[in-house]
Design a protein around this ligand. Structure first.
Ligand SMILES: Nc1ncnc2c1ncn2[C@@H]1O[C@H](COP(=O)(O)OP(=O)(O)O)[C@@H](O)[C@H]1O
Ligand SMILES: [Mg+2]
Length: 232
């Protein structure tokens, strides 16, 4: 469903990702872990097709992202949760969701999809007319997740979605992620919250200084010396 093959990128003369390969098969929940500055968001941007690659390819649903174009990924059935949420602060919650819905090409009526989102997070129903920029960080996180899910995607890619949330909200948030995964949505979860991510994920990758330093089933990564030194 998602495959990075030997991806290398740089910021000007500075190499960032080096020979990064990872894949997420249909129905999997895979996590990408790594310390600050490791290149996780760079990987996210490469998946979105926002970076020019020095080498390698990113394929989503069999298509090369470089030639498909970022703006068409929504219509292919991919939902993104970028780092820091990136809602349109001056638009209402409903308008934020509508824009993502229109870009998704989802065949279901918008109102039905809104109902589906309200079933996942009930507070959204009363917040549709509120300006997204006036909401708390936790509420914005839920709206950003709803925006990724409103078009009923087959694949969701999330960049540190739990950053800044309280422990209670993190639990609620990941319960929703687990629920959508159980319904068949494929997920790539980029996280620093290692124990939570590995508890949910089938497999994981560890990114350090732009390179994959370890990968494997979650239970093996929990025992991995590099992972333990970094996090546990
Ligand atoms: N637009 C950019 N221009 C130059 N350097 C960047 C840019 N974005 C990120 N970097 C650098 O690339 C490295 C990896 O950043 P990033 O992918 O955001 O890491 P992570 O998400 O794992 O914290 C960092 O050293 C960061 O300073
Ligand atoms: Mg980041």
């Amino acid at each position: 469903m998602l495959e990075l093959s030997s991806v290398s990128t740089s910021y000007g003369p500075v190499p960032m990702l080096r020979d990064v390969s990872l894949n997420v098969a249909k129905g999997e929940l895979v996590c990408l872990l790594g310390p600050n500055g490791a290149g996780k968001s760079t990987t996210f941007n490469a998946i979105c097709g926002l970076l020019k690659l020095d080498a390698g390819t990113v394929r989503i649903l069999g298509r090369d992202v470089a030639t498909t174009g970022t703006e068409r990924l929504g219509a292919l059935g991919v939902g993104f949760v970028p780092e820091g949420r990136r809602l349109f602060p001056t638009l209402t919650v409903r308008e934020n969701l509508r824009l993502a819905f229109d870009a998704s090409g989802c065949a279901a009526p918008f109102e039905d999809r809104l109902e589906a989102m309200a079933a996942l997070f009930s507070p959204i129903r009363e917040r549709l007319r509120q300006g997204a920029g006036t909401m708390s960080g936790g509420e914005q996180a839920m709206v950003a997740l709803a925006r990724a899910l409103i078009g009923d995607p087959v694949l969701v890619v999330m960049d540190e979605p739990s950053l800044g949330l309280s422990p209670k909200l993190i639990d609620e948030y990941f319960a929703i992620v687990a629920a959508i995964h159980q319904r068949g949505t494929t997920v790539l979860l980029i996280e620093q919250n290692v124990e939570t991510a590995l508890a949910m994920a089938d497999r994981g990758y560890l990114l350090i200084r732009g390179q994959i330093a370890a990968s494997g089933p979650s239970r093996d990564l929990l025992r991995d010396d590099t992972v333990r030194q970094l996090y546990l």
